[in-house]
Ligand binder design. Structure first.
Ligand code: PFF
Length: 445
């Protein structure tokens, strides 16, 4: 039991994985693009009925077999069929996401440092600075990507309990404190009520099929689903712990933080009269300009904000490498050190490819069929690999696992109707919803 999470350690680590750039960077800008309130409602429904269903499924498989992704599928299946080892493909998704996630975290780290000196005073300057960083300043990007990758490798080398659990025990409360402070400041602004109505007053005219699909995709990404992360963390969760309650708590923490981040960011933007639909550049271009208008206080807020993003991102990043480590350690009997060096080198080098592919000098040679390597990694992971894995998980649990065993696992902790609802969702609603998302994203429907 040495390398096992405690119950609270698991909740914090799984919440640490879930809460990341997806909550603080992506959720607000996607909400901004789809016009606010109505999108938020769709997103909340996607989390409650689809995300949570798959989350519970991954947690159950992991906790049940206490093993790496491949072995877990084999052991949980009715037939114990060795072919289920191929479900282990999802660990590659996590590693691929980590490659470009580390690059983006590197940009954020560079913003922490530039916030100490001077913030851009208008959107043109801010946009130019961001573009220069990405397309021209290769050495800065490489330095920060290396720092982030090194930190992730250093933490996971120490193991589940001493590395991952400990870093989450420290960073998650600190993240909560920083966001709490920023929220209090946002509440004190006149624009707070405007942010509340933007986020919670539904304007259904903006909700088209793209918005529905974006909400579903975001629900998966934000809960770290379909990449074996939740499954792997749950494999270190003692068998007697109530996985249903723990999963619900993680989903609640994750959702609360996304909503709080949205309220903070929109209050700040509206206070300065900046637009809400600024796309991915929202936190890199629009926000720094807002902060620069607030003098020294703005600088303190900017530094706190980017540090919060780093904390949230690091706890997610360590969770992306762990499924591969557990796989190589258990199935290929590697030492943790060897597995970390192997997987660490893979994501670090792929990160460099992603980074170079956006540069002015190497971009062209790293662009294939109109998309650069960075965009390909993002596209294949979130539009192809994550939804495919989520469908595999649903079909597996719904049709290839003993129903009595599943029912027994649930009813140990919850009334029978909870199992019945979950079983219906995982067999029918969720796979159909994900298939639609999948086919639409690939342009097939
Ligand atoms: N949930 C993380 C976020 O919202 O930023 C992203 C993520 C973490 C995706 C871990 C996949 C993963 F395995």
């Amino acid at each position: 039991m040495k390398n096992r999470f405690s119950r609270i350690g698991f909740i914090l680590a799984a919440a640490g994985s879930a809460v990341g750039l997806g909550n603080i960077w992506k959720f607000p800008y996607v909400t901004g693009e789809y016009g606010g309130g109505a999108f938020v409602i769709v997103y909340l429904l996607a989390i409650a009925f689809i995300g949570l269903t798959v989350f519970l499924g991954e947690a159950l498989i992991g906790q049940n077999s206490q093993a790496n992704v491949s072995t877990s599928f084999i052991e949980t299946s009715k037939s114990k069929n060795e072919k289920w080892k191929f479900a282990g493909f999802m660990i590659a998704t996590a590693l691929l996401i980590l490659s470009f996630y580390s690059v983006v975290l590197g940009w954020i780290l560079s913003y922490v440092f530039t916030s100490f000196t001077a913030l851009p005073t208008d959107p043109k300057i801010a946009g130019d600075a961001f573009n220069t960083l990405i397309t021209k300043d290769l050495s800065t990007q490489l330095l920060y990507h290396t720092l982030i990758a090194g930190t992730v490798i250093f933490i996971v080398l120490k193991g589940v309990k001493e590395g991952i659990e400990k870093i989450n025990l420290i960073l998650m409360p600190m993240l909560g404190l920083i966001l709490g402070g920023l929220l209090l400041y946002a509440i004190s602004l006149d624009s707070f009520s405007q942010a509340v109505s933007f986020m919670f007053a539904a304007d259904w005219s903006k909700v088209n099929s793209d918005a529905l699909l974006a909400a579903l995709g975001q629900a998966f990404f934000t809960l770290s689903l379909g990449v074996g992360t939740i499954l792997t963390y749950s494999a270190s969760l003692p068998k007697e712990v109530n996985f249903v309650k723990s999963s619900v708590m993680v989903a609640i923490v994750d959702t609360t933080i996304a909503l709080v981040a949205g309220l903070i960011i929109f209050s700040f933007l509206f206070e300065a009269g900046a637009p809400s639909a600024a796309g991915p550049g929202l936190v890199f271009i629009s926000l720094p300009v807002v902060f620069s208008g607030w003098g020294i206080l703005g600088q303190v807020i900017a530094i706190s904000f980017f540090i919060a993003l780093i904390f949230a991102g690091i706890t997610s990043a360590v969770s992306m490498i762990e499924p591969s480590l557990m796989f190589f350690i258990e199935r290929y009997k590697m030492t943790r050190k060897k597995a970390t060096i192997l997987c660490g080198s893979i994501f670090y080098l792929l990160g460099i490819v992603a980074l170079l592919s956006m540069s002015a000098s190497f971009g062209e040679s790293l662009t294939f069929f109109g998309k650069n390597a960075f965009d390909w990694m993002d596209f294949t992971t979130s539009s192809v690999m994550m939804p495919s894995a989520a469908i595999v998980i649903c079909i597996f649990l719904g049709y290839y696992v003993d129903k009595d065993m599943l029912q027994e696992r649930f009813t140990k902790h919850t009334p029978l109707f909870v199992f019945k609802i979950w079983y219906f969702l995982i067999r029918y609603l969720v796979p159909v919803a994900i298939s639609i998302l999948f086919l639409h994203k690939l342009g097939l429907i």
